[in-house]
Design a protein around this ligand. Sequence first.
Ligand SMILES: C[C@@H](N)C(=O)N[C@H](C)C(=O)O
Ligand SMILES: [Zn+2]
Length: 239
Amino acid sequence: MKPYQQIIIQDCGEPLVKIPLETFVVETPHAYQKLGAPYHLSAIDSPYYLRQSVLERLLTAQLLLQDNYPNWKILIFDAYRPVEVQQFMVDYSFNQLLKERRLNQHSLSAEQHQSILTEVYQFWAAPSLDPATPPPHSTGAALDITLVNETGTWVNMGSEIDEISPRSYPNYFENSSDPTEQNYHQNRQILSKVMKTAGFQQHPNEWWHFSWGDQLWAWLTNQQQNKTPIIAKYGRYLC
Ligand SMILES: C[C@@H](N)C(=O)N[C@H](C)C(=O)O
Ligand SMILES: [Zn+2]
């Protein structure tokens, strides 16, 4: 269990709302739908939903971005994710690591299996159905995003979304003396600054993952302030 999963959840009952796709940028087809992720098993069969207040904050973040970078936009890579899709992506990522390392699942020792799973879980939440430990995206409070510039080109952050490697850590390029890598860091800073100003918290291992109101958000907020601890506003979204 991760420390943030001990945070108590008191779901405020806010609805999941459709993201106005014309206001942001999205990839079509969606990356996980392209892989065959089973959205059809969920009553909400699209990733482009968020809790109402989370969407409002995302709109604020994009306005803040455009104060300094007119015509830049937030690209929504992923938002609401049913637990079935979380399971599919954990399995997919595990199998990708095996492929990259030319390993065969059936000849793995128990230790090897556990060690690869631990790597996957550094970046993916467990597909838990326990109401006390929902995967962040299944609450409708988390989203994976990047930026596109005025020409519609993805701003270069120096690594791919979902890459299982230290390059995904938000400050990975912070102390680099290479100008290109310094630029990646600046780009990541632009993204995290507008999101944090709008109230979001960022996943410690992922430059692209932000949330508002879920357990990780509450846990990180409590770490940063010496006030009465807060609890999570959103649990797994139940239709
Ligand atoms: C890996 C990425 N797409 C992601 O969403 N990670 C977080 C931690 C999650 O699975 O909730
Ligand atoms: Zn995420």
